[in-house]
Design a protein around this ligand. Sequence first.
Ligand SMILES: *Cc1c(COP(=O)(O)O)cnc(C)c1O
Length: 353
Amino acid sequence: MNKELIKKLSDIEPYVPGEQPKGAGIVKLNTNENPYPPCPGVIRALKEIKGEELKVYPDFVCRELKKIICENYPVNENEIFLGNGSDEVLALCFKAFFNSEKPVLFPDITYSFYSVWTEFFKISCKTVPLNEDFTLNKGGFLSDNGGIVIPNPNAPTAIYEPKESIEEIISKNPESVVIIDEAYVDFSEEGSIAELIHKYENLVVVQTYSKSRALAGIRFGYALTNPKLIEVLEGVKNSFNSYTINTVTRILAAEGGKDKAYFDKCVGRIKKTRKYLTDELSKLGFITCPSSANFIFTTNPNIDCRRLFEYLKTKNVYVRHFDKPEIDNYLRITVGTEEEINILINEIKGYLE
Ligand SMILES: *Cc1c(COP(=O)(O)O)cnc(C)c1O
């Protein structure tokens, strides 16, 4: 290709999502999807969608959808910003709120998309090393900065940081927007800090329907913050794409937020299987971080976990391994159904023998 032409092309280093293998007999425990289907109301609503409706642009107010979010969290309709998956919401937040020469702070071991967005938007950033036990180093978030983003529970460690520590970081950074990415918060005992948006004007809480609500396929996420920051976010979004929530997503997400009984049942099952998985692995010499998510982060000092990861793949069992030096002997394993976890455990036993 023409050398001058090549110079004009983007050379951005993208986020690499987990593999999406397809086929019978595959046990897929690598992208933190929910092993259970979305609630029956979603399936019903999908069948009832009229094709005719799709000829017009979607409704971008999404009143009913926002109302349902208000039923689940202590927020008002004018404190909600909707997006096409929380990845999009987070990217728009980076553009909307991180406009300083000073570096944006996030943990060094965390969701790898954050550094992709700082690169994408040319935002300066600085990573804060976690403590030895992978908990958050609070002090590291008190230096001068252009903004802060922290997932709670963190990924891929699955560790939940106590509300008090998170609140301290928010309260001691009044001049910066602090984004708390709660992608996995529904699997924690302590729950969301959403109500703190009424106490701190610099707080943005981001959530998704991809994990706990089993709706990764519709791409739906949202931010909760005060109306002033919502307005800034809307401005950024409307400078790029006004219609991020498509008609099908709007209808299905509204259903996905209902049926608390089904939701609690599925989340409860995942938590139970999480404990079973952790206990079984412990019998095999694995050490697992305390998990508040729908995945675990585990290591076995006696073996090469990367080789185990490769071996499991040959057995059609997919988990996640990260090439980063501090964590390259760890595996991140999504909590699947009990049946899937039994297959995984048996394959690990086979490998150890
Ligand atoms: C999965 C995940 C997201 C993004 O989820 P969407 O599917 O884009 O809503 C955001 N943050 C973290 C930490 C995640 O693990």
